[in-house]
Design a protein around this ligand. Structure first.
Ligand code: UD1
Length: 439
């Protein structure tokens, strides 16, 4: 039986570091695109088939929440679902799980568009700083809806939803997608200015268009939406996950490995590839795969996270982990979220020399990290700590891997297929609290 720690079970990875990762790995569909697409699939009464869906806890929680309001979800295979939302019986989504994921707010935009009314438990997600939703609310209000927060629920309602001109004050993926959802079924035209340009924004727009929506300009900072009366069923395959691919690229870099990363769109990985090349890696791009070879010790670099096409904030912990073992001093600046360096203390336990000053981490590369008992504080930082452990000398125990499983399918199995020495423990008996050896 898994150990209960508060409201979640304790599961760990036990990792013996030091071997280069070599081989091939297949990347899943993009989690963050999937969350928007699953919510959008509610917006038609006709069946929708979604392919290349990652089997991770965030998408599974969203599917459970959708089932709790009467949506029928048929798993046709591990990565394909059929969604039928013709019999939605409640516009209030309050299931216990939904509070844990960020993307619960997409159900709000989807239900508002289709039924002009919705209430959803306030979004949770990773603790990486304050995560306001004022821009989502501003967008819904501009479309003519009222928005109210009370008793932990965010509720929105409109007699008529009418297209509008919305200028976002910050570049936000969540608000851009949410406004696109609601505006697709509004009357008339909506223009979103200063829109987010991430690949998953484009994927959600393409999905909505395949259901009969009229969205133009996704992928630029001005998106134009002509509201339609109804959306119809479709079959759609989700794009590959940019962040999962980037994480495996850094796994090759930090272990001085050689990995062929399959099922990717190399264009989406350009900012990541550019940094890895500066750090001394070799990258060879093919149509839908990419090979990364790290033959020598990594070199220092400086980087600032930025909205797409800049370096993604979701890759910030992974690059810091890699730079912790590079030659020289690097500076990594986080410009999207204010509290995204909480994992640095864990890297310090492994011998990293990192100082956080304001929103920058100053990293003095060391020759080698050493294994330690470390804790995943959130999804991407958890993955970065696993990478550090794979490169470290000796054994590490990574605690709280439940966060990692929110967004990485079969993470340890994929790493093991590349030669990593990694085990997952899920029992009280196996759980290693403080006893670990350094060989
Ligand atoms: C999404 C991703 C997350 C990624 C982030 C940035 C999902 C489920 N999550 O999160 O993995 O790290 O994009 O690429 O897709 N902001 C506001 N007001 C708002 C909304 C956002 O001020 O109403 C601010 C945020 O505090 C942050 C910035 O805008 O500083 C970007 O946030 P946003 O792009 O919305 O992130 P999420 O959609 O939450």
């Amino acid at each position: 039986m898994p150990v209960n720690k508060g409201d979640h079970k304790v599961e760990q990875y036990i990792i013996s570091g030091g071997s280069p990762l070599v081989g091939e790995v297949e990347i899943c569909g993009a989690k963050n695109a999937a969350l928007g697409i699953l919510a959008a699939s509610l917006m038609t009464d006709e069946p929708v088939i979604i392919e290349n869906l990652p089997d991770v806890s965030d998408t599974n929680v969203l599917l459970q929440a959708m089932e709790s309001i009467g949506v029928v979800v048929d798993r046709l295979s591990r990565h394909t679902v059929k969604i039928s939302a013709g019999a939605v019986n409640s516009l209030i989504v309050e299931s216990a799980y939904i509070k844990k994921i960020r993307a619960s707010y997409y159900i709000l935009g989807a239900l508002l568009g289709k039924y002009r009314k919705a209430s959803v438990a306030l979004p949770g997600g990773c603790n990486i700083g304050s995560r306001p939703i004022d821009q989502h609310m501003k967008g819904f209000k501009a479309l003519g809806a009222s928005v109210r927060i009370s008793h932990g629920l965010i509720s929105t309602e409109a007699d008529r939803l009418v297209g509008s001109h919305i200028y976002l004050d910050v570049v936000t993926v969540g608000a851009t997608i949410n406004i696109m959802l609601a505006a697709s079924l509004a009357e008339g035209k909506t223009i979103i200015e200063n829109a987010a340009k991430e690949p998953h924004v484009v994927d959600v727009a393409n999905f909505l268009n395949s259901m009969g929506a009229s969205i133009k300009g996704a992928g630029t900072d001005i998106i134009r939406i002509k509201g339609v009366e109804k959306l119809h069923g479709t079959t759609y395959s989700i794009i590959p996950d940019q962040i999962e691919a980037g994480t495996f690229m850094f796994a090759a870099a930090i272990t001085r490995g050689d990995i062929m990363i399959k099922n990717v769109i190399p264009k989406h990985l350009e900012s990541i590839s550019a940094k890895l090349i500066e750090m001394g890696c070799e990258i060879e791009e093919f149509d839908d795969q990419l090979r990364i070879v790290a033959a020598k010790r990594l070199m220092k670099t400086h980087v600032k996270t930025l909205p797409y096409p800049g370096f993604p904030t979701d890759m910030q912990p992974q690059i810091v982990a890699a730079l912790a073992t590079s030659e020289g001093t690097s500076v990594v600046t986080e410009s999207i979220f204010e509290n995204r360096f909480r994992y640095v203390d864990e890297l310090i336990k492994m011998g990293a020399l990192i100082k956080v000053e304001g929103n920058s981490a100053i990293i003095e590369g060391v020759n080698r990290l050493t294994g330690a008992l470390i804790q995943a504080p959130d999804l991407r930082a958890g993955a970065a700590l696993v990478l550090a452990a794979l490169a470290a000398e000796g054994e590490s125990v990574v605690d709280d891997i439940i966060y990692i499983e929110r967004g990485y399918e079969d993470f340890h199995i994929k790493l093991r297929s590349l030669g990593a020495c990694i085990e997952k423990t899920d029992s009280n008996k196996d759980a290693r609290r403080a006893v670990f050896k350094v060989s």
